[in-house]
Design a protein around this ligand. Structure first.
Ligand code: PGA
Length: 252
């Protein structure tokens, strides 16, 4: 089964609902008639409903950047899977390095959020990635193996079908320093082998592995031409409709 390329923007803390609508309106004609891939944007919670309405019928998927693992409760400031789903989200980014670094998300939390996301029939995009210090000290593979195992704890092959994993080296996020296609492929092949150990060969070969970290229109094609790179998670370059559209059309 070929893996459908998944090109996802991560808007982080950018754009109001109205700005999201303008983006979608501008992206629509640029992406008209595009097939053979999924285009997606993870928007701020407050923009999900408007973005989803604007994107309806376009094939552009709207997602959230985080969720809480409980369905509801006394958790001031948190948002549940049911809430993002009702607002129109179809996928959720989990364990982004900015969440891990600034907001205390741990592998254990990511694993709990993953269960909640699957329970709600949303697509999880689980992020892993090493820091520069970890790479330079030769710890990359050990760190990634441990993040992957910890973040997928409790997942079994029967429930893993929608799983998407994003490899985002922390040193490449927002820095303009992209991993080379060869560096990224090396890690993706490793992650796929780890997935095979954790969830079996079948799940490993069906799971889409995205690369993220300074993906731009001019490097996306070479990254996606690697055997184990099935898509991209894009921050800065996904904030403008034209560069987002160029990334979605990576092979044209
Ligand atoms: P960037 O961000 O493309 O701006 O490096 C990627 C991400 O954080 O998902």
């Amino acid at each position: 089964m070929p893996r459908t390329p998944f090109l996802a923007g991560n808007w982080k803390m950018y754009k109001t609902g109205a700005e999201a609508v303008s983006f979608i309106e501008a992206a629509k004609p640029l992406l008209a008639g595009i097939t053979g891939r999924e285009a997606a944007v993870a928007v701020p919670f407050t923009a999900i409903a408007e973005a989803a309405r604007a994107a309806s019928g376009t094939g552009i998927l709207i997602g959230a950047q985080n969720v809480h693992w409980e369905r509801e409760g006394a958790y001031t400031g948190e948002i549940s899977t049911g809430m993002v789903k009702a607002a129109g989200a179809s996928f959720v980014i989990l364990g982004h390095s900015e969440r891990r670094q600034f907001f205390g998300d741990t592998d254990e939390w990511v694993a709990k959020k993953l269960q909640a996301v699957l329970e709600a029939s949303l697509v999880p995009v689980v992020c892993v990635g090493e820091t520069l210090a970890q790479r330079e000290s030769g710890d990359t593979f050990r760190i990634l193996a441990s993040q992957l195992k910890g973040s997928l704890a409790g997942l079994n092959a029967e429930r893993a079908a929608p799983l998407v994993v994003a490899y985002e080296p922390v040193w490449a996020i927002g820095t303009g320093k992209t991993a080379t296609a060869v560096q990224a492929q090396e890690v993706h092949a490793f992650l796929r082998a780890e997935l095979a150990t954790l969830l079996g060969e079948k799940t490993a070969s069906a799971t889409r592995l995205l690369y993220g970290g300074s993906v731009k229109p001019d490097n996306v094609k070479s990254l996606l031409s690697e055997a184990d790179i099935d898509g991209a998670l894009v921050g800065g370059a996904a904030l403008k409709p034209d560069s987002f559209a160029q990334i979605v059309k990576f092979d044209s």
